[in-house]
Design a protein around this ligand. Structure first.
Ligand code: ZN
Ligand code: ZN
Length: 86
């Protein structure tokens, strides 16, 4: 899985190398760029968007807020915690 990093907030998502759409940040909707790093699928957690049907990966414990490809909001994962930044 190819790693993409948000240029604004640094959130990471992972997409299949076959995926050619440019993702938007699931948290802040900033543009994302490839970092050149990769991770194995088993190290990641898969999310599927119920709106557009596309899949993407995040690290375990990360909670995306929006779909990277459309406007769907993941209602199971409201971002109410603010205190986790270093
Ligand atoms: Zn972001
Ligand atoms: Zn979607």
């Amino acid at each position: 899985m190819k790693e993409f990093e948000c240029k604004r907030c640094g959130f990471l998502i992972y997409l299949s190398p076959k995926d050619e759409n440019e993702p938007l940040c699931p948290l802040c909707r900033g543009t994302m760029g490839e970092t050149g790093d990769e991770k194995k699928t088993k190290e990641l957690q898969i999310y599927k968007c119920s709106e557009c049907g596309r899949t993407f990966y995040v690290k375990h414990g990360e909670k995306p807020y929006k779909c990277p490809f459309c406007n769907q909001t993941f209602s199971l994962t409201p971002r109410i915690k603010q205190g986790e930044r270093l």
